[in-house]
Write a protein that binds this ligand. Structure first.
Ligand SMILES: C[S@@+](CC[C@H](N)C(=O)[O-])C[C@H]1O[C@@H](n2cnc3c(N)ncnc32)[C@H](O)[C@@H]1O
Length: 205
């Protein structure tokens, strides 16, 4: 992924965060106040680890963060973060306990063709919703997911509304204006969610 050496890049360096992406989650947290002290958070697409660093600070010593990425994540000091090197499409999520929330900054392999990239991004969101349906507590659980725009946001909203009562979008200031990314926030997981939308032969969740 191309490194953008802007104000946020240097700020992240000076504040010892591993990536400028930290400021996107920080802005989301400032606006929506999703993550609480003591929460257990599942962070998908977590390398190099700046969201995990921020999550660890926010949940504190009583909280717990599990990060999953295709790439290894260098150990995060403090003891509340565990990272797993895996593909979220094939990982067996039944190995993990329940969480208060899911954050997902995973980026699909992009082609530069807007519709293909957006459709890959939507597949990631669908996967995150299915994970949410089994790993979050109904009415309380939340999910924050990056989405590369292309396929209309109405479709994304319809997907999220199958799983969550409340759906919002947010484009943080630290997300470059020329980037198609936007963050989708689902709150209050529905009890009767759409696990049964999976094809019968797909692996759970
Ligand atoms: C923009 S980076 C995440 C940055 C991270 N939030 C941080 O603050 O350090 C996107 C990550 O998504 C990961 N990713 C993409 N597809 C994935 C998948 N199927 N399973 C696990 N990780 C994936 C990539 O390996 C990449 O490290």
């Amino acid at each position: 992924m191309k490194k953008i050496k802007d104000h946020y890049f240097y700020k992240a360096k000076s504040e010892n965060f591993r990536a400028r992406s930290i400021y996107k989650l920080q802005e989301i947290q400032k606006k929506f106040q999703l993550i609480k002290t003591g929460d257990h958070i599942l962070d998908l697409g977590s390398a190099p680890g700046s969201w995990c660093q921020f999550l660890a600070q926010t949940v504190g010593q009583q909280g717990r963060v599990v990060g999953i990425d295709l790439k290894p994540v260098e150990k995060i000091p403090g003891g509340s973060v565990e990272t797993i090197q895996a593909d979220i499409f094939t990982f067996d999520f039944s190995l993990l306990p329940k969480f208060n929330g899911i954050t997902c900054d995973a980026a699909p392999n992009t082609t530069g063709i807007k519709d293909i990239d957006s459709s890959r991004s939507l597949s990631l969101l669908e996967k995150v919703c299915r994970i949410a349906s089994v790993k979050l507590n109904p009415l309380a659980g939340f999910a924050v997911c990056k989405y590369l725009q292309g396929i209309p946001l109405d479709e994304v909203k319809a997907l999220f509304l199958e799983y969550f009562f409340m759906v919002s979008y947010y484009k943080p200031k630290s997300s470059r204006s020329e980037s198609s990314e936007i963050f989708v926030i689902g709150r209050k997981l529905k009890k009767n969610n759409a696990q049964d939308h999976q094809p019968a032969n797909s692996s759970a969740p």
